[in-house]
Design a protein around this ligand. Structure first.
Ligand code: F6P
Length: 539
């Protein structure tokens, strides 16, 4: 076995944490801050342009010590080594997990089955660079000789969410190309995009690791048909490119061999934006910015690989999250970026985190009797303050939250930035301290209303404060969460890199699709039968 397979609940540290939890579960963070003037410094990691303050958590020095022991007890060090050295840690699919190779320097060595993959990685990177430059400079032209103005990324899941999130997050750095993302098999999605396109100046990037995904192939075919209404078959070579591991299927779709950007099965879909899956990113912001994104991620990889666990950002965040998930029984975590640019960040992380760690069988094949993957949700502040913060502040649920902020604004409007930052700081302070009965009364609130205005506080947050949103810092941030996912998967003793849970629904959908055009008796439960008949009647 490439990875250790230790049931975390059988470790000494887990038992210590369980006892310790009973002692500290009701302690208020306010008291912890009052008792220790150095608390914020003790629980802050400053690294590069990152300032990570995890002091507003329901932890003591002892908690932190036991959590670090847990990392040792599950053999995290060895697991990290196994991942980076290309061992087959995705055992259920028989694959290595090496998205870290995609962002490593050319001189690095990453071996899969004894072969260094770096020459291939750089061959593809050079192809991305060359292609990007030709399109951006207008040297590569459409079938009527006009330069491209629009790029359509056709993909779903990891072949959509990563590129879509990064392009949106880095829109400040964008060039003249307009990008579109088509993902849903809902035909209204692709048709709304088509309304905005001119076939003469549109480049289509079909992204599918397997090239068998129903949504992506349906959308690609619809766009091809639409394109061929204006252009001839031989124009496809100029307008359609593909990113895939399945070269034969791509050729079968009619794509020119030179227009195929390969990827590898040792890159998981939800960790693939660093590969040619990120071609649309490169086109949108230019190759140099794409490369900076990769370099940022590589810096975080080095930090994760080499730093001691008590100063290791992904490790610390993962441990704290386990503390709430497994001891406090918290079910979900909120991601609140104080940047409108990171509008799609939580959506992106939902796949990364929930597809990876939403598992209930351990690495020994046994059913698990403890909690695994957290539910992830979130929206940017300050919008979210006016939407769901009420529940975080005064609801009955414990929702640990990551507050992500950037000290400098990109457009440099200081007035807005000060207001944004004041909210960013105020919210975590409010969640920490709350408001006591005495404080509410001191405001002159009438006694019948007092209970409604009390805030218990003691709501945990991490503050991830970054100097400025740039391709490099975004790369670091994404990689930080990727490694957090890995650490949690190791602790929970699950396989984080497969996703069999998405298969059953797909299989049933293809069965149901066939039944729409047949008169055969349906063999479903009565609810599904009724719904199917209803659809047949009215569609
Ligand atoms: O939803 C399952 C999944 O396999 C994801 O893991 C993946 O990102 C997505 O489908 C798309 O797959 P592909 O890139 O092969 O089209």
């Amino acid at each position: 076995m490439a990875l250790p397979s230790i049931n975390p609940t059988t470790t000494n540290s887990w038992k210590k944490l369980q006892e310790h939890y009973n002692e500290v579960k009701d302690v208020h963070m306010k008291d912890l801050f009052a008792d220790d003037k150095n608390r914020a410094n003790e629980f802050t990691i400053k690294w590069d342009d990152f300032y990570v303050d995890f002091s507003k958590n329901r932890i003591t020095t002892e908690t932190f010590k036991y959590l670090l022991e847990l990392a040792d007890d599950v053999n995290l060090k060895k697991a990290i080594k196994s991942q980076f050295s290309g061992e087959i840690i995705n055992e259920t699919e028989g694959r290595a997990v090496l998205h870290t190779a995609l962002r490593a320097p050319k001189t690095a060595e990453f071996k899969v089955e004894g072969k260094n993959v770096m020459p291939e990685v750089y061959q593809v990177k050079e192809k991305i660079e060359g292609f990007t430059n030709e399109v951006v400079k207008g040297e590569r032209k459409g079938y009527t000789g006009k330069p491209f103005t629009d790029v359509v990324n056709i993909g779903i899941g990891g072949s959509d969410l990563g590129p879509a999130m990064v392009v949106d997050s880095l829109q400040f750095y964008k060039n003249h190309l307009t990008t579109h993302f088509v993902s849903n098999v809902d035909g209204d999605h692709v048709n709304e995009v088509i309304k905005k396109l001119n076939p003469e100046t549109t480049l289509f990037v079909i992204v599918s690791k397997t090239f068998t995904t129903q949504e992506t192939l349906s959308n690609a075919n619809t766009l091809k048909e639409w394109f061929l209404k204006s252009a001839s078959e031989d124009a496809i070579a100029k307008h359609f490119v593909a990113v895939s591991t399945n070269i034969e299927k791509v050729k079968g779709f009619g794509i020119d061999e030179n227009n195929i950007f390969p990827m590898w099965d040792w890159v998981g879909g939800r960790f693939s934006l660093w590969s040619a899956v990120g071609l649309t990113i490169s086109l949108a912001v230019g190759y140099n910015n794409f490369d900076s994104l990769l370099k940022g991620a590589n810096k975080m990889d080095e930090h994760f690989k080499n730093e001691d666990f008590d100063k290791n950002i992904p490790v610390v965040l993962a441990l704290i999250s386990v503390w709430y998930n497994n001891f406090f029984g918290a079910e979900s975590e909120a991601i609140i970026p104080y940047s409108q640019y990171l509008n799609q960040f939580a959506t992106y992380l939902q796949q990364g985190i929930m597809e990876s760690n939403g598992k209930s069988v351990d690495r020994n094949g046994n059913l698990i009797n403890y909690q695994t993957g957290t539910i992830i949700w979130g929206e940017p502040g300050t919008n979210s303050q006016h939407a769901f913060f009420q529940l975080i502040h005064q609801g009955t649920k414990l929702i640990p939250a990551d507050f992500i902020g950037f000290a400098k604004s990109l457009h440099g409007n200081q007035d807005h930035q000060d207001k944004l930052t004041s909210n960013f700081l105020a919210q975590t302070e409010a969640l920490l301290n709350g408001k006591t009965k005495a404080e509410v009364e001191a405001e002159g609130t009438s006694s019948s209303i007092v209970p409604f205005k009390i805030f218990k506080g003691n709501k945990p947050t991490n503050t991830i404060y970054i100097e400025k949103l740039s391709p490099e810092s975004l790369g670091k941030l994404i990689a930080m969460y990727e490694h957090k996912i890995f650490v949690q998967g190791i602790i929970w003793n699950i396989f984080s890199y497969d996703q069999f849970g998405v298969e059953l629904g797909k299989q049933l959908a293809s069965k149901i699709l066939q039944e729409f055009n047949s008169s055969a008796n349906n063999e479903h439960d009565s609810s599904t039968n009724n719904l199917l008949d209803y659809y047949k009647q009215i569609s």
